[in-house]
Design a protein around this ligand. Structure first.
Ligand code: PLP
Length: 414
């Protein structure tokens, strides 16, 4: 057995499954198979308990209360900033801005960084495989400034054509925005190479890390990017939590996105001065309990070990890919050699939604639709696909039961 196989063999997903209460439930009388992790991940008991405990024992607002509860709440909330900074290897905790998720993180960059800088003739470079969250905010600021969106192409197998991406990095490009891992294809983009190409041309690079955070070890310094956006609920944490990491000099040069309490130094009717990082970008009362829960989620993932998660998921993906390909008439979307455990597919002559509904009756949760990636669906010439997205708590046995159910229900639709 080689070293990689040994780590995978030592990883017991059943051991971790018991940490996730929801995975024990049944749906339509069948044991749940939850294959919709790219949409949102389930939460371990430790995360649920940390949120519950916060409301039972600590609840107070952060940063403004001069009492013990306020201090405890603030330190629990700020502890997550330290954990997140370490989780992505940020050079400084102040560079981690809490947001409600990737969507808000990208909008923050669109409105605070891009909007004031863009001029007619400028361009923003994205790729064909972006989620709407990494397309629409750029379109909105382009409309207001006369700038244009430019799109780097992908291959049929779902890989970014890196040479074309680099060719498209012309002097008119003022920002590039690329997903680290595609939410539909699973493709892991070669971010270091892209970042290097951007850096040599002085073009800032934003990385959409929504789908990377639950699967990969993230090191923003090694990647060499300028902005990194992520979402907490896909990382086994509560909904309404996320973060933007950016290089300090960029954040310091950017005006605030939201105005309000907590983000100021002084306010008069004539002039307001703003707080230091990160508070400058965190107006109003945040999702305090949610961030406490996100801290617990990071602790949980760290305790398992991201290398072990990655190795196990790769092995599970290989197993699932072979199983999916054995189904007659099944077309897989996204066959990059370097990919995360996401399988988008269609079955000849069967509508994605019909299949998803029948699978639901078998207790199986998969997503069907455009996956917030209309342009990618247009690229493949399909209105929708099904998507099975796996996590470290999924098993080979679930893959087998999924394939058996798929074979059963497609007969009903034939
Ligand atoms: N980017 C990608 C690649 C995603 O998969 C998602 C969510 O599905 C988002 C952005 C948006 O994340 P959120 O809805 O948590 O803001």
């Amino acid at each position: 057995m080689n070293a990689r196989a040994h780590i995978a063999a030592a990883f017991d997903p059943l051991h971790y499954r018991t940490d996730f209460p929801l995975l024990a439930r049944s749906v339509h009388g069948k044991p749940l198979i939850y294959f919709d992790n790219a949409n949102t991940a389930q939460k371990p008991q430790s995360v649920i308990e940390s949120v519950d405990r916060f409301y039972r024992e600590t609840n107070a607002n952060v940063a403004r209360a001069m009492h013990a509860l306020g201090e405890e709440a603030t330190s629990a909330y700020e502890a997550t900033r330290d954990k997140l900074a370490r989780f992505i290897n940020a050079p400084a905790r102040e560079e981690v801005i809490f947001t409600s998720g990737t969507t808000q993180s990208i909008n923050l960059v669109a409105y605070s960084y891009a909007l004031p800088r863009l001029q007619p003739g400028d361009e923003i470079l994205v790729t064909t495989m972006e989620h709407h969250a990494n397309i629409v905010p750029w379109q909105l600021v382009c409309e207001r400034t006369g700038a244009k969106l430019k799109v780097a192409p992908i291959t049929q197998s779902g890989e970014l054509i890196v040479d074309r991406f680099i060719e498209l990095l012309t002097p008119s490009v003022k920002l590039a925005a690329v997903t680290h891992v595609s939410n539909v294809l699973g493709t892991i983009n070669p971010m270091r190479e892209l970042a290097k190409a951007c850096r040599t041309r002085d073009i800032p690079l934003l990385v959409d890390g929504s789908q990377a955070a639950p699967h990969l070890t993230i090191d923003v310094q090694a990647l060499g990017c300028d902005f990194y956006a992520l979402t907490g609920h896909k990382l086994f944490g509560p909904t309404g939590t996320g973060a933007l990491w950016a290089r300090r000099e960029l954040l310091e040069a950017m005006p605030p996105f939201f105005g309000g309490g907590e983000m100021i130094k002084t306010v008069t009717f004539e002039k307001t001065t703003f707080a230091d990082l990160p508070a400058k970008f965190e107006a109003g009362t945040p999702n305090i309990a949610g961030f406490v829960g996100l801290g617990a989620a990071i602790d949980y993932v760290n305790a398992i070990g991201r290398d072990r998660i990655q190795t196990y998921e790769r092995e599970l993906l290989d197993y699932a890919t072979t199983a999916f390909k054995s189904v007659p008439g099944l077309r897989l979307f996204g066959e990059a050699p370097h990919k995360a455990a996401v399988l988008a597919f269609l079955i000849d002559g069967v509508h994605a939604h019909d299949l998803a509904m029948l699978l639901d009756h078998e207790g199986i949760a998969v997503r069907s639709g455009h996956h917030c990636a209309h342009p990618l669906m247009q690229f493949y010439g399909v209105p929708a696909t099904l998507r099975a997205s796996l996590a470290f708590y999924n098993t080979r046995d679930e893959v087998d039961r999924f394939i058996a159910a798929l074979t059963r229900v497609r007969k009903l639709l034939a």
